[in-house]
Design a protein around this ligand. Structure first.
Ligand SMILES: C[S@@+](CC[C@H](N)C(=O)[O-])C[C@H]1O[C@@H](n2cnc3c(N)ncnc32)[C@H](O)[C@@H]1O
Length: 399
């Protein structure tokens, strides 16, 4: 028994050593894009993750560690060898998972509850070689002194995020990073007067941020409209928007019963259940270049799910059935978007304040506008396998 434990421990030590070696080799070769140290445990309860990336400081190779806490980010630069030693020291003790993103491929090291460690290779997408400029990640896209940030209760008079809103401030900036990437990749970059619709705009933080961002790009003719169910919020946002010019406005409304209108960017964050399907349908029918959704509550497919007997246990526990329904729903949405000429990315996004859901679907219209041909066949096969009879987005698009 003791022998088996020793063999197990030796294997885990080997995996850890292989991971650290791979990181060192990739740094040497200039192919290490980023290392994410995740699942932290230790004294700093609010530490969420640490991003490590190669930088050159005064001509010397360094590693920049950005410690992401709930309300602040802290950066530390260490000479490369020292930084590498610190990573090796923390793995398995301070961090229970690490994800190494390379120009080609990925490497994932993870410990389970029993303390067993696995090392997994992933294909990943081709990534750009890293820029070695320091402090690139610290820059915020939004100017903290903008008056609307104060008027909407995000910032204080000094342009510092209120303690309860620090998370929101981080989220709005992260959203703009995603949005900015989509602008660059899509036809929006060339448009003088892009039209944006933000459904479920709430207090309008993202709507204002998008408007400011587009104006910052010189798109002074941009038309950004926030649509929100609660009239009091619409009134508040319109009062503040009036100070910024005619391009930003809010109106009372819901996704239900909306007729499609021409739009270049459609945003719908946390539209419940099939409301996300309504939003995607409006985006596709309105000819949107970019559709950004963060889906929430996936109820529609769950009662329809069927699996062959060998896989039935996957649906036995409510939480697993819900996870399966969520994955299938968003996969079907991604395939439908692809079939309609969009490139789709599904990834983790900072959660909103009212929900722990943190998935983002980003669809960017392919320049050719032609759909991926295999997508429809993949969709049909998935539906048959899972016994799905109806899905709202598919029905809306078929009309
Ligand atoms: C999480 S909150 C606001 C999020 C906002 N986009 C932000 O990030 O600041 C979601 C908002 O959507 C609104 N809402 C819920 N269902 C809606 C629907 N079907 N159509 C439009 N708005 C909706 C709610 O009133 C709420 O203000």
């Amino acid at each position: 028994m003791a022998d088996l434990q020793e063999i197990g421990a030796a294997r885990e030590a080997q995996r850890l050593a292989r991971f650290v070696e791979a990181f060192g080799a990739a740094l040497e070769a200039g192919t290490a894009v980023k290392l994410v140290l995740a699942k932290p445990q230790g004294a700093e309860a609010d530490l969420e993750k640490v991003l490590v990336r190669p930088v050159t400081i005064r001509g010397e190779a360094h590693l920049a560690f950005v410690f992401h806490h709930t309300t602040k980010d802290v950066t530390r630069n260490l000479p490369r060898a020292k930084g590498l030693a610190e990573v090796a020291e923390g793995l398995g003790k301070t961090y229970r998972a690490a994800h190494l993103l390379l120009v080609e491929g990925e490497l994932h090291l993870e410990w389970n509850r029993k303390g067993e460690c696995t090392l997994r290779r992933g294909k990943g997408q081709g990534r750009e070689a890293p820029s070695l400029e320091p402090n690139r990640e610290k820059q915020r896209l939004l100017d903290p002194s903008r008056p609307w940030l104060r008027a909407l209760g995000l910032m204080d008079a000094r342009g510092v995020a209120l303690p309860t809103m620090a998370h929101k401030w981080k989220q709005v900036n992260r959203f703009l990073e995603v949005f900015g990437g989509a602008v660059e990749r899509s036809g929006l970059g060339a448009m003088e007067a892009p039209r944006v619709l933000d459904f479920g705009a709430g207090k309008g933080y993202l709507t204002f941020a998008v408007y400011d961002y587009l104006k910052g790009l010189g798109k002074t003719q941009a038309k950004v409209v926030g649509v929100e169910l609660r009239p009091a919020l619409v009134e508040l946002c319109n009062r503040e928007a009036a100070r910024l010019g005619a391009g930003l406005s809010f109106r009372v409304g819901g996704l239900e019963g909306q007729a499609p209108e021409a739009v270049d960017v459609l945003i719908a964050l946390h539209a419940c259940d099939t409301a996300t399907d309504l939003a995607i349908n409006l985006g596709i029918r309105g000819g949107a270049q970019v559709i950004l959704c963060s889906p929430c509550c996936h109820k529609e497919l769950r009662p329809q799910l069927q699996l062959p007997p060998v896989l039935e246990p996957l649906l036995r526990h409510g939480i697993h059935a819900a996870q399966q329904a969520e994955m299938l729903t968003d996969t079907m949405r991604a395939l439908l978007l692809e079939a309609h000429g969009y490139e789709v990315q599904v990834f983790e996004f900072i959660s909103l304040e009212h929900t722990d859901k943190n998935k983002m679907i980003l669809a960017t219209k392919h320049p050719s506008g032609t759909g991926r041909r295999a997508a429809a066949a993949e969709l049909a096969a998935l539906k048959e396998f899972f016994g799905i009879r109806r899905q709202t987005l598919e029905e809306l698009l078929a009309k």
